[in-house]
Structures are given as C-alpha cells and as structure tokens.
Design a protein around this ligand. Structure first.
Ligand code: F6R
Length: 253
C-alpha cells in the first residue's frame, strides 16, 4: 500500500524482502538513468538485503556501477578500516567487493584519521565537489537518529564528530564482543548533508522501529527526533515492513 504523509511517500510493504527489493530497484533505476550518480549509503542491519539484491542485479548484468560515486553516512571513531566492525569493512563485505565500482569512487569517513576536524572538512568538500548526493539511502535508529545524528538540542549541519548515545552503543553492541568495545564516538554526515540530497529513501523493518516511525512521520519536526526533519524534504520515500509500519496502519484505518 502506498500513502502520502505530508510530503513523504510511504510504502507499507509485507516483508523485509519486499523492502529490500524495492530499495534495490530504486538504486538501480537511479544508476541506470544517471550512470554517474552520486549515492549516499548506509550500513547497519536494515540495508543488508538491499545490498544483496543489488549484487544479484549486478551479477545478472542488470546494472553497471562503474561510473557511480558513493559517500557513506558515517564511520566509528576511532577505528581501523580492517576492523571487522568498521563500516568500511561492512561496505566491502556487503557490496563493494562484489560489484564493479572503482576504488577511488568510494568515500567513507576515515575512522583512523589523526585529525578528525580536517577529516570532516575534507569529507564535506569531497561531497560538494562531487556535485552533491543524487540518492541517499537511510536507516533509522530506535531513537530517531539518521546517520549518527543523535537526538540533540539543534540539528548539526555538516560532517562532524558525534558522541554516541548510551542507547545507540547498547543497540550496536550486538556486533561487538562486548558493549565496552563499541567506540564511543563516530564521524557522521550532518543533517544539511542529508537534506541536500536530491532524493532520499529511508528503510525500516521490525517491531522495534514502529514507535519511532510514527514519531518521525506524524510528530513535530524537532532535533529531538532527527529523522523528523525529513518532513521538510521534497523527495523522500519511506519503505516499511508490516511490523515497522504497524502504528502508521492504525492512523489510516
Ligand atoms: C548506519 C547509520 C545508522 C543506521 C541506524 C539503524 O550507517 O547511519 O543511522 O541506519 O542505526 O541501524 P539498523 O539498520 O542496524 O537498525
């Protein structure tokens, strides 16, 4: 089912598999229509299925990634790229090593930088020089974060260093041996970087995301729920499975 909530187009889909396929189709169409597309990419559990679909499409010769450029939303700090929990490692495992993207076209904030301030400026400049992001893929944290823009008193604009929320550290501890190993900081695109994308697609699945999806789509726009800012963007598509869309369904019945 497709509904419109304010400016945002929401697809209430049956399953995670359907979210993954639809998101992959959106990315593939973007790349087909504009081979030199600049894609903004997310990590986490949610987009894993989408990346699997994109790899399958590439293997069937349905999409060519040779001219795309990519910018990832975020990376832990400090972390080495070969650490299996780094987002650089994740991207390589889930997508980049399986497709024909050029190495030099991949951008992920450098979590091993010795000067994080410069790294943030360099990242912003690289995005600007690439002409901005054509299609940004987002997940959403249980607390409404997008990228690692945690609930805050104000919206951060450009790429910046973030102190991760206790809840985010706890949620992400599932990927590490123990909670104490989760880095306490991250480098993240800011809200301006995300809002400057020409198109945005946000994916969410599972019951843990039901409350935040209601707040993001029906609540007021506030930095306390960072994803709510997407209500102000002109081209946002949200893809939800049954569980993540449960509260939205109750609004339309
Ligand atoms: C990841 C990112 C985060 C995740 C969010 C949801 O690059 O920017 O905002 O999208 O934490 O994570 P999952 O998908 O693991 O629930």
């Amino acid at each position: 089912m497709k509904i419109k909530i304010g400016n945002i187009t929401v697809f209430l889909l049956d399953s995670y598999d359907m979210i993954s396929k639809r998101a992959a189709a959106m990315v593939a169409s973007q790349v087909t229509v504009k081979p030199k597309s600049v894609l903004g990419l997310a990590t986490g559990s949610t987009p894993v299925g989408m990346y699997q679909e994109l790899v399958k499409m590439y293997q069937k010769d349905e999409v060519d990634f040779s001219d795309i450029r990519t910018f990832n939303l975020d990376e832990y700090f400090p972390i080495q790229q070969d650490n299996e929990q780094s987002y650089a490692y994740y991207m390589n495992q889930n997508l980049f090593s399986h497709i024909n993207i050029k190495k030099e076209s991949i951008h992920i904030p450098n979590g091993a930088t010795s000067d994080v301030g410069i790294e943030c400026d360099v990242y912003d400049k690289a995005m600007e020089d690439a002409g901005g992001i054509d299609l940004q893929v987002l997940g959403i944290g249980n607390n409404g974060h997008i990228g690692f823009n945690e609930p805050n008193l104000h919206f951060e604009t450009g790429t910046h260093v973030v102190e991760l929320d206790a809840g985010t550290i706890q949620a992400n501890a599932r990927f590490f041996q123990s909670e104490s190993e989760v880095p306490r900081q991250a480098i993240s695109m800011g809200i301006r970087n995300i809002m400057n994308a020409k198109k945005i697609v946000l994916l969410a699945n599972g019951a843990a995301k039901a409350d935040i999806m209601e707040k993001m789509l029906y609540g007021e726009v506030s930095p306390h729920v960072p994803a709510s800012v997407l209500q102000l963007h002109r081209d946002v598509t949200v893809l939800l499975d049954q569980e993540a869309g449960a509260k939205i369904r109750s609004h339309i019945k």
